[in-house]
Every structure is written in C-alpha cells, then in structure tokens.
Design a protein around this ligand. Structure first.
Ligand SMILES: Nc1nc2c([nH]c(=O)n2[C@H]2C[C@H](O)[C@@H](COP(=O)(O)OP(=O)(O)OP(=O)(O)O)O2)c(=O)[nH]1
Length: 113
C-alpha cells in the first residue's frame, strides 16, 4: 500500500494530498533527502527504492521539480506530525484523492500499475 499525506490549511496547496517528502538540501542526493525527511516528518525508517517519476510543475508560488520513489517501511510506523492526515491506499484507490497538481503524473503511473 502507498502512504498518502494531506497538507494542512496553513500551507501552500492547502488540503491537497501529496507523497511524504520534502526539499533536497545542498550537497544531498534525492534519495538521502527523502530518507531524512521521512525520519524527521514521519518518525520512521525507510529504504528508498526505484524512481517512479520526475515532473516539473509551475505553481503561482514557484517551480517544483518533483521526483517520486518507491520506498519500503523498514522500522517504526509513520506518525502524523506536519500533515493534517495520512492514509495508506491501494494503488487503484489513489485517484480518489485531491492531489497536488505536480503529483498527477506519478499518481497515474502508480494507478495504472
Ligand atoms: N513533499 C512533497 N511536496 C510536494 C509534492 N507535490 C508538490 O507539489 N509538492 C510541493 C509542496 C512544496 O511546495 C514543495 C515541497 O516542499 P516541502 O516538503 O518543504 O513543503 P512545505 O510546504 O513545508 O515547504 P514550504 O511551504 O516551507 O516551502 O513541493 C509531494 O508529493 N510531496
């Protein structure tokens, strides 16, 4: 199943759903950034696997370069800290959520297997 997270109402893209993650810091690989963000934000440990997709989306607040990876939960359980809610969904259920626009291509790839 796939972990989906809903953004809070104090943020840009309020109430939109996204894949947990965050911004890559200087000198960091994308995979290391994802592992770090999940440890910080969800208080659990993951193994980052193969890339699902890469998209570039221009929002009114800026351009987001979004890379999405398959991950496996290896220790702990995701905890709700920064998000409004989190949900585990089967890939076929992903399209029922209101996703951030940058995520739509990745969601469609996952939904279509
Ligand atoms: N983590 C994550 N961010 C996403 C996704 N789709 C998408 O458009 N974004 C956007 C939201 C943010 O503008 C940016 C990620 O930055 P972030 O994780 O630090 O989010 P944030 O809102 O806390 O950052 P900020 O407002 O402080 O800039 O990418 C997604 O699936 N996952």
């Amino acid at each position: 199943m796939i972990l989906c997270a809903q953004r809070g109402n104090t943020k840009t893209l309020s109430h939109k759903w996204e894949f947990p993650g965050g911004k890559v810091e200087q000198g960091e690989t994308e995979r290391a950034a994802l592992k770090r963000e999940i440890e910080e934000e969800m208080e659990c440990h993951i193994e980052v696997g193969r890339q699902v997709d890469h998209t570039v989306y221009e929002y009114d607040f800026g351009i987001v370069h979004l890379t999405t990876f398959y991950c496996i939960l290896i220790e702990g359980e995701p905890v709700l800290t920064e998000h409004q809610s989190i949900k585990w969904l089967h890939r076929e259920e992903l399209t029922t959520l209101d996703w951030a626009p940058a995520d739509i291509p990745a969601v469609e790839k996952l939904a279509n297997g």
